[in-house]
Design a protein around this ligand. Structure first.
Ligand SMILES: [Zn+2]
Length: 270
């Protein structure tokens, strides 16, 4: 079967990276059943021949108007699809959509009419925000990292930057590779407008990774691999914290001076 990925090497690479990350999410136990979502702005990888592709779906409403998405294209995980399936067959478990000129509707253009995730409005709202801000970020990831979610079952870790500080202090790379830390959003109904708004506010407060209490993370970065990496280093730090606790002691953590030195030497934002 023909695919939009044929003869579109850059686009193919982006989708292959999504598939690779989807496989990692499954292997890590972060993507049970149809859990998690990935949406990538692929407008820069779309050439004229893709722009000319006809719609293969009805016109769907986004449910909101997102003015900065005019003429944009996205690869989106399909609704009810599994990450472990997407890892092997990305164009059977996700699709390419075109945002129409009213910025309130979209159509699917390739490869199959796989309806995007029910989380599409919130993912697109985040992309709209990123474009409005002039951000280079093009990928958004939602997943359920076990140890990070477990942390949010403790009131202590829901306070501003308490989790950030503990995780950063476990191993220097955490601060170096997740330099904005872990934002916290209190529990809200999945898929709700309130949750999407709170997530955008947390990103606006200068976090790339936002924790949804008792649910999962939402991460943004330039590409899907980098978004995954930020979550991965944070969850690794949580695992080290837990390993120390399991050995029967409270981990000491790097000192404030050691963390400041890191920021100074590597020019980190916080
Ligand atoms: Zn979720």
């Amino acid at each position: 079967m023909e695919s939009v990925l044929d003869n579109h090497e850059e686009l193919k690479q982006v989708v292959e990276n999504v598939a690779e990350v989807a496989g990692y999410l499954w292997q890590k136990g972060w993507a049970e059943r149809n859990g998690g979502n990935i949406t990538v702005n692929i407008t820069e990888q779309v050439d004229e021949s893709v722009r000319q592709l006809p719609a293969i779906s009805p016109v769907y409403s986004i449910g909101t108007t997102l003015p900065h998405l005019k003429g944009c294209y996205f690869y989106c995980k399909g609704t009810n699809m599994r990450m472990r399936d997407l890892a092997r067959w990305p164009m059977d478990n996700g699709s390419v959509i075109r945002i129409l000129d009213d910025c309130a509707t979209y159509v699917i253009i390739a490869d199959k009419p796989v309806k995007p995730t029910s989380e599409l409005p919130s993912h697109l709202a985040v992309h709209n925000y990123l474009l409005a801000k002039g951000s280079p970020y093009r990928a958004s990831l939602h997943t359920h990292p076990i140890e990070l979610v477990a942390l949010t079952h403790s009131k202590k870790f829901l306070e501003e930057d308490v989790a950030t500080k503990v995780l950063w202090s476990m191993i220097p790379e955490t601060k170096a590779f997740c330099p904005r830390g872990l934002g916290m959003v209190p529990y809200m109904l999945p898929s709700s407008v309130e949750l999407a708004d709170a997530t955008i506010k947390a990103i606006d407060d200068d976090y790339d990774v936002v924790m949804w209490e008792k649910h999962g993370v939402f991460a943004v970065d330039t590409n899907i691999m980098s978004a995954f990496d930020q979550v991965d280093v944070l969850n690794k730090a949580a695992l080290i914290y837990i390993a120390a606790k399991n050995m029967g002691f409270e981990p000491e953590g790097m000192s404030d001076a050691q963390m400041k030195e890191l920021s100074d030497v590597f020019g980190l934002p916080k």
